[in-house]
Design a protein around this ligand. Structure first.
Ligand code: IPM
Ligand code: MG
Length: 361
């Protein structure tokens, strides 16, 4: 039988992107030889350097090519040499919108107690997944300025929700709560008491929820959600949120799992090419210093492998990270914990020595 082959587009991007992606690919290679699959990689140069050299952000032809691949691994985008948002929206948001990656999956898991900034919380207390809607809301890009620069300036940006868009992401979240089979609970995060358009979320949550009588329905306004995530993170299992609130609460979530150095995400359209990336930014000040922590990108590689049907490899990567953190062989999740490539080497060695089928958790 031919070994499974996954075609991966690699977009290292800006800042520390290249360094962390190098370690991600190291782990991908290790996992491939350990678990018997193949990968065909295609690296793309897009990012701020490329834009400054050529004026090109993300050409249509490259995007068309990516549509035919199995997955995309992205490092980080953002560079102070170009106006805020230009390259981020030209690459990250374009991939999310044009590939219709409507789910932004953000697991929040504490791997080792000492990494948690919350007093008295253990790994059993911090284990949730946020399903962030990824194609609508304030990110839809409907905005404008009137009398720009003048004393009577008006600025608007629309929060856009469609029934189809809300329905598909809520359904995905209910299905995930069922598949995870932990607390079997789904929390809707919104601000429907102030943003009245989010009443659509309230109604669709209720409607779709009727198809999932086995899943407990829970609700938190986004402000209260921020409070509960700090005070009682153990109340959460799966949560679903509109795009902008999902963006905000997942940075908070990253902190309670130990920091941006570990938080990964998947931009997913089930059954189609999907994109995986660390949540952290490009950290231009650390560029080229070899001290960025690559664990978030390595975790993103794990999520990508799970998506590609390589569940054993995904669990082996997560298990390796967990053991290295619990044993403090990687002392913390910040920059400079260890040299970037050394962290990659440690994870690779741990995977190479792991049992072929790590026990599911
Ligand atoms: C994220 C980031 C992006 C977002 C930025 C870079 C546009 O913060 O992926 O969470 O807001 O979605
Ligand atoms: Mg963000």
């Amino acid at each position: 039988m031919e070994p499974r082959n996954h075609r991966i587009a690699v977009l290292a991007g800006d800042g520390i992107g290249e360094e962390v992606v190098r370690e991600g690919l190291k782990i991908l290679r290790t996992a491939a030889s350990r678990f018997g699959f193949r990968t065909t990689l295609k690296e793309y140069p897009y990012g701020t350097d490329h834009f400054l050299k050529t004026g090109e952000i993300l050409p249509d032809a490259a995007l068309a090519e990516m549509r035919g691949m199995s997955a995309i691994l992205l490092g980080a985008i953002g560079d102070p040499r170009v106006e805020v948002g230009k390259i981020e929206f030209g690459i990250i948001a374009r991939l999310r919108f044009d590939l219709d990656l409507f789910v932004n999956l953000r697991p929040i898991r504490l791997y080792a107690e000492h990494l948690c900034p919350l007093k008295g919380k253990t790994p059993a207390d911090v284990d949730l997944v946020v399903v962030r809607e990824n194609t609508e809301d304030a990110y839809a890009g409907i905005h404008g300025f009137l009398h720009k620069g003048g004393p009577d300036e008006v600025a608007i940006q629309e929060m856009v929700y469609t029934r189809k868009g809300v329905e598909r992401v809520i359904r995905y979240a209910f299905e995930l709560a069922r598949k995870r089979n932990k607390k079997r609970k789904l929390t809707l995060i919104d601000k429907a008491n102030a943003v009245r358009a989010q009443d659509l979320w309230t109604r669709v949550f209720e409607e779709v929820g009727r198809d999932f009588p086995d899943i407990e329905r829970d609700h938190a306004y986004v402000d209260a959600c921020c409070m509960w995530l700090v005070k009682n993170p153990e109340w959460f299992d799966v949560a679903v949120a509109p795009n902008l609130f999902g963006d905000i609460v997942t940075d908070l979530g990253a902190m309670i799992q130990g920091g941006m150095g570990i938080a990964a995400s998947g931009n997913i359209h089930p059954g189609r090419v999907s994109m995986f990336e660390p949540i952290h930014g490009s950290a231009p000040k650390y560029r080229g210093q070899g001290k960025a922590n690559p664990l978030a990108t390595i975790n993103a590689v794990g999520m990508m492998l799970e998506f590609l049907g390589e569940g054993d490899a995904a669990r082996a990567i997560e298990g390796a990270i967990e053991r290295l953190l619990v044993g403090k062989r990687i002392p913390h999740l910040g920059a400079g914990a260890l040299p970037t490539s050394e962290i990659g080497d440690l994870v690779a060695a741990e995977i190479a020595g792991a049992p072929a089928a790590a026990a599911p958790r």
